[in-house]
Ligand binder design. Structure first.
Ligand code: GLU
Length: 447
């Protein structure tokens, strides 16, 4: 650890003072100021904090920030015990139980806050997992691995490739299912990516995240993780899914198909919804109930086909009133192969964009249309705007999520360079991304 990491969040004057007395996070500090004495453990500062305060945890448990005025005297009075997490011994693995691989990529579910110092660290080694959720040992033999420690907004198509290959390795080793712990923000994109990259799956691949970290009383991490491991170990489906809370209470976990799922709330535990589809399954009291008959069955003898490449030359462009059409031109000039337009209503954009769309199509840039309504199906035959766009060569995306369509096109252009073949692949239902009929029951599944 560098000196700055040992003094995480401190900068400027506060950093200088702490370095001059050789203090590190976790040390006992005394600050004498204005005739008052403050003693406590030095704790990290927020990176947005100023450079004039030192924050200590008092013996009472309260944290206080002491401003460094010229008369303040700071000294180190003891070496604090450094933040060390001692993992409990691993439970006995029951050889009769199914084997589940847990691959951690980061996000809240993989983090643990050390409340003594405030440091956040990835926590999904096998022993950390059992310490947070010991009941996992009753469901499966767990093989846990940290692949990345990333907030999911930093995950890129290149990470999807590594994830897909890692899952394939675990399946080749003979696991009964795979769980991928992931930040919730882009979990839907990664789930869609692996739905296309991992075809003909023999066992389930279940993404899981949490809205609140495992060490908070209100955390959804343990319930979500238990549900995901149970699904990976025993669910009858062999598809890529996302396991998250069904409601705001802890009573059920729902499994969404990887191509039909979206984060629809910033903070609620039931943020994830299946869009234009029924969820695959529900878990209640450790029992899995399938909610659809239309799914690929688990079959360990099936041979996995791995197609892990993605292109990053695909854009998702949301239309808005007054949008400058040269935005489309910019993508074409930059060599993008496909543009997913998130149009209004049934699949419209202003006729001011028509010329740019025409030029894009002429240059073999695939232009496809999803709806920013989210729920419902694109229908470009109702109004003349839609019919004009169809005539320009825009491809309607039916009821596919715009995010899924973007990922699908990234995947398609990772497989082929041929625009005609790309068009055919886009229109083919590969991983349940198109629903064959519109469901009227999705209302129940809305936030
Ligand atoms: N924004 C981070 C992520 O998506 C943390 C939030 C979370 O894990 O839900 O990874």
């Amino acid at each position: 650890m560098s000196l700055e990491e040992n003094l995480s969040g401190y900068k400027g004057l506060a950093l200088q003072v702490l370095q001059s007395i050789g203090a590190e996070i976790g040390d006992l500090i005394r600050i004498v100021k204005g005739g008052r004495v403050f003693e406590g453990i030095l704790i990290p500062r927020s990176e947005y904090g100023d450079d004039k305060h030192i924050v200590i945890k008092l013996r009472s448990g309260y944290n206080i920030g002491v401003r460094l005025t010229p008369d303040a005297k700071v000294e180190k009075i003891g070496r604090g015990e450094k933040p060390a997490f001692v993992a409990p011994p691993l439970p006995e693995q029951n050889p009769a139980l199914p084997k589940v691989a847990i691959i951690s990529t980061g996000g809240t579910i993989a983090s643990r806050v050390d409340y003594r110092t405030g440091a956040v660290r990835p926590a999904l080694t096998a022993s950390d997992l059992y310490s947070v959720v010991p009941e996992l040992a009753d469901i499966a033999r767990i093989d846990a691995q940290i692949l990345f420690s990333l907030y999911s907004e930093n995950i890129t198509p290149a990470h999807w490739t590594i994830m897909a290959k890692t899952v394939a390795e675990k399946i080749a080793e003979g696991v009964d299912g795979v769980v991928i712990a992931h930040g919730t923000d882009t979990m839907g994109y990664s789930a869609a990516a692996l739905s296309f990259a991992l075809q003909n799956l023999p066992v389930p691949v279940v993404f899981v995240g949490s809205q609140r970290s495992a060490d908070r009383p209100s955390s959804d991490a343990a319930t979500n993780l238990t549900g995901a491991v149970l699904a990976a170990a025993k669910a009858p489906f062999a598809e890529v899914a996302v396991a998250m809370h069904e409601t705001i209470s802890d009573t059920s976990i729902v499994l969404h198909r990887g191509t039909k799922v979206r984060k629809c709330h910033t903070s609620r535990r039931d943020a994830f919804k299946s869009v234009n589809a029924q969820p695959l399954a529900r878990i209640k009291e450790n029992h899995i109930t399938m909610l659809t008959e239309d799914y690929q069955r688990r079959d360990p003898s099936r041979r996995l086909v791995v197609k892990p490449n993605f292109s990053d030359k695909v854009a998702l462009v949301k239309f808005y009133p007054g949008m400058d059409p040269t935005i489309i031109d910019w993508y074409v000039e930059k060599g993008y192969r496909a543009i997913v337009l998130e149009g209004t209503g049934l699949g419209h954009v202003s006729n001011r964009l028509f010329q740019s769309i025409k030029r894009a199509v002429e240059k073999d840039v695939l232009v496809a249309m999803a709806s920013q309504c989210i729920w419902g199906r694109v229908n470009m035959n109702v109004y003349d705007t839609g019919r004009d766009l169809l005539a320009l060569g825009v491809i309607p995306l039916e009821d596919m999520l715009a995010e899924t369509a973007t990922v699908k096109l990234m995947w398609i252009y990772g497989q082929t360079d041929n625009p005609e073949e790309a068009k055919q692949l886009l229109k083919t239902n590969i991983a349940g991304e198109y629903s064959t009929r519109s469901l009227y029951t999705v209302e129940e599944n809305k936030p």
